[in-house]
Design a protein around this ligand. Sequence first.
Ligand code: S3P
Length: 487
Amino acid sequence: MCRDTEYCDIGVRSLARDCWAAARWLLDRRRRSFKLCRAMTDFKVKGGAALAGKTSVPADKSIGHRAIMAAALAEGTSTIRGFSGAADHLSTLACMQAMGVKARHAGDTLALEGVGFWGLRAPTQPLDCGNSGTTMRLLSGLLAPQDFATTLVGDASLMRRPMRRVVTPLAARGATIRGTVDAKGDLRPPLHIEGLERSQAGARGQLRGGTFELPVSSAQVKSALLWSGLAADGPTCVIEPAPSRDHTERLFRALGFAIDKANPCETRLTPPKTLAYPGFEVMLPGDPSSAAFPIVAALIARAGSVEVSHLCLNPTRVGFVEVLKRMGALLEVRDVRESGGEDVGTLRATASKLVGTRVHGAEIASLIDEIPVLAVAAALAATPTHFEDVAELRHKESDRIATTVAMLEAFGVHCEVRPDGFTVHPAAALRPAEVISHGDHRIAMSGVVLASRTEGASSIRDVACVDTSFPGFAAVASSVGIDIAIC
Ligand code: S3P
């Protein structure tokens, strides 16, 4: 695994050396994450302090995946700045490297030598997407039109996640993808993507254009359709019930592809005449989903203010800011500007008196990853908060309705659970807790935030998963005044 202080270039010339490098990369990753588990099992948090500070958070997870994929398929070298080495990004990077893309990583800069849209090489072993659903679902679309077969696997959590949502629309446009049918009739990984056979004359096979109506809004499925649509025989139109994050659309536009939005729920891609585009430079903004942890910690603290700068403030991502404002949060958004096709700015939170609210409907897609930490804010509100229409949470890195409620209840917060939602009642008194992360980074960090408001010492167990999206989380938490120790 490339760390901030290291420099590595595992690009190699021959196929044999490339396979060896990819295997070493995976082995090294496993060994390091094992050490990480052994050396960094738990967080101990002593709560009750006032918080204050200015900080930044690691690169946006969604934008980072897309930038790595686009750079890998460019013609020439791309430079991605602000790269934080989050485990999910390293999974995407390792997959692209296993298909012949060379990478150099120094400090927070990642340089990728793109191979062109048709320049990827068949990997010699299954592509390991780690814990990253985004890697697996986006790669399904990106690899479907290629002329070689691939198999996508992941860690224990990812191997349990539903994939029919992405396989069905890709199959409808002519892709052949097989998975394992589970007890509920859904499809689980490994995903075997056949690729498209060439004609006898050597012409590439083509996927079909078409209109795809998604039953549930999903940026991952939409993106898989857009990636695969680049090489289709006609336009791709994706219709969603509510707008999902639009990073792929913004990226495609920046690369010169024709993306139209008739409205925020309807995305249309016209396949370009040429799939060639040059290498590019991009600065990744901070991840609002990660910023939500220090921001909510500040809102529920006894006193103080916390500021997070260079943050992605794309409107499809900041639904949690609107919900928190509705709850009475003192939040200030400022210095908003455009950077690399995304809205970027600063978010400041001041300790606030919160009230409950109802979180539901079309706004869910814009805050789906922030619900565990919004539930923490809800525990400190004066009235109950109802989370509705959030059945999707059951299919994230863990069953996040169950694990969020278990985390809250460990602190003495009363919740009511429904199949597609839950209600958080105001905490009469918080007690120090022992929280199990269930290998879910957002549950571990939400536990830390609630522990930071709880008198006494709490333990958050199995926190190696935090590196999935937020390497350096403990240092950031500590820099804003949270009393946190790694043990
Ligand atoms: C993501 C989309 C979201 C989100 C995930 C990242 C993306 O999932 O939960 O963490 O980068 O496209 P959906 O596909 O369900 O929208």
